[in-house]
Design a protein around this ligand. Structure first.
Ligand code: FAD
Length: 443
């Protein structure tokens, strides 16, 4: 059985579920320890509350459940020393390559460059101006480092799980995300009478979305179920990426579900059956994402060997580095399970990569339309993680040192956490499937 290949549609990376399961068994505990136990990877700074949905008014689709809320870190004292504003301002200084000269010249006076990088101060210890976009990014950057704009969040204290966020608001976001896959589906666009998200959506309203959704559902089934000659590889990859992310989120909410009768958080078998088991292509897309993201992490092996995982505790800093090096070493072992070199090769597909990148950036902007804080946090983190994986796969040359695009701390944190999430989804899905196979599926 080919995990990456439902009905032989994507022939670039055909490995079995078994190969990925075996790899996941090897890295699962290590990955969870990196994401749950190290300061570097368990705190994330992002702009969670201050951005409005750029495409429609989301005032009516906010989730009021307590499970939707996020505990941000209000007191500086609860943030690891290294990232406190006071410490950061000491370290703020020009970096070798970033920000680029042009941006430095345009930097507003209230944010002057100050200080110099001390000996042995790693990149990740320096304030990062994440609002300064690199043209090679697949995501709209979060605002880490921009004074007053971001919030620190402990990912460990705010686990991704069932929140109760659902209904039109949630569907509207998913619909818009899948709609970004319409590279050449002019027929579908015409039917829905909608503009592309490249321009903000007008007041088409929910009816248009609902019509459009029907088209998309057919389209999605067609993409998942039938081989199509005229569907290029890149579009299928885009669809699988989104669907795999959606499947991973669904697996987590089914795994960590609130039983409203007992008040306990526990796996919900029916939820898994309805959302995943009955749609094997969604599970396959999750495996596809595992292959894609783990290949991106493996590609960073050399880069991360000399990386300073800045935390205030030198012992933990070293320990984090050792764990990450072990992870990249395991992921770099043959067989290589994803071959990015097959994409964007066809000369007739000029502009396709740019199109792909712009559409992914729109998916990233759509995260500000998610009306549940916890879902928005994890949605933003994972979209940033996939965006980083795409940047590493398509813009990064592992054999070169100086010319690669800068990798921000937020990007690295989101990349590793995203792999941690898919790894957890794969383990959870296996556990559900084993219970179904053993006939223990009534719980
Ligand atoms: P939805 O999951 O909303 O799916 C809508 C439609 O998309 C389905 O009817 C189906 O046709 C199609 N579809 C579903 N899955 C796939 C797939 N994998 N591939 C292709 N097509 C598919 N809820 C939580 O409880 N916790 C969270 O952390 C959380 N995070 C979220 C993050 C984001 C970015 C968004 C947009 C929503 C999030 N939600 C979360 C809400 C959750 O994803 C569902 O929208 C909600 O549970 C309602 O589910 P549903 O069964 O109506 O179908």
């Amino acid at each position: 059985k080919c995990a990456i290949d439902p009905l032989a549609m994507v022939t670039d990376a055909c490995v079995s579920y078994g190969t990925i399961n075996k790899l996941n068994d090897e890295v699962y505990t290590l990955l969870q320890s990196i994401t749950q136990e190290t300061d570097f990877f368990s705190y994330y700074r992002l702009n969670l509350f201050n951005k409005e949905c750029p495409f429609w008014s989301d005032a009516n689709s906010m989730c009021g459940n307590i499970a939707c809320s996020v505990n941000t870190i209000e007191s500086e004292e609860d943030i690891p020393l290294t990232w406190r504003a006071e410490e950061l301002s000491k370290l703020e200084g020009p970096k070798a390559k970033h920000p680029p000269r042009k941006v430095q010249a345009e930097r507003p006076k209230e944010r002057p460059l100050q200080g110099t990088l001390g000996e042995g101060v790693g990149e990740s210890c320096v304030v990062e101006y994440d609002d300064e976009c690199d043209e090679r990014d697949f995501c709209v950057p979060e605002d880490e480092g921009s004074a007053g704009k971001g919030d620190y969040v402990s990912l460990v204290d705010n686990p991704e799980r069932f929140t109760g966020y659902s209904g039109e608001g949630a569907h509207q976001v998913w619909d818009a995300i899948y709609r970004e896959n319409c590279f050449m589906k002019h027929d579908a666009e015409e039917l829905a009478g909608q503009q592309s998200l490249n321009a903000p959506l007008g007041g088409g309203g929910l009816q248009a979305f609902s019509d459009f959704r029907n088209v998309l559902q057919k389209e999605s089934a067609r993409l998942d179920g039938l081989p199509l000659d005229n569907e290029c590889l890149e579009k299928r990859v885009f669809h699988r990426l989104i669907s795999g992310m959606h499947a991973s989120i669904s697996t987590h909410l089914c795994w960590d579900y609130l039983n409203q009768t007992t008040g306990n958080w526990q796996p919900n078998m029916q939820c898994f059956k309805d959302r995943l088991h009955e749609h094997p292509e969604r599970i396959s897309n999750m495996y596809f994402n595992y292959a894609l993201v783990s290949r991106a992490v493996a590609k960073l092996r050399k880069h991360l060997q000399n990386y300073t995982f800045c935390t205030s505790d030198p012992t933990q800093q070293l320990d984090t580095k050792e764990r990450v090096n072990e992870l990249t070493e395991i992921l770099s072992r043959p067989p290589q399970i994803f071959d990015e070199n097959l994409m964007f090769q066809d000369p007739s597909a000029d502009g396709l990569k740019e199109d792909f990148r712009n559409r992914f950036r729109n998916v990233s902007r759509l995260m500000d339309c998610v009306g549940c804080d916890k879902c928005r946090l994890w949605g933003k983190l994972q979209v940033n993680g996939y965006g980083t994986a795409l940047k590493v796969l398509f813009e990064y040359d592992e054999t070169k040192n100086g010319e690669n695009p800068p990798l921000r701390r937020t990007e690295l944190v989101s990349l590793i956490n995203t792999l941690g999430r898919i790894s957890h989804s794969i383990a959870a899905a296996r556990s559900f499937e084993e219970a179904i196979e053993a006939g223990n599926d009534n719980a």
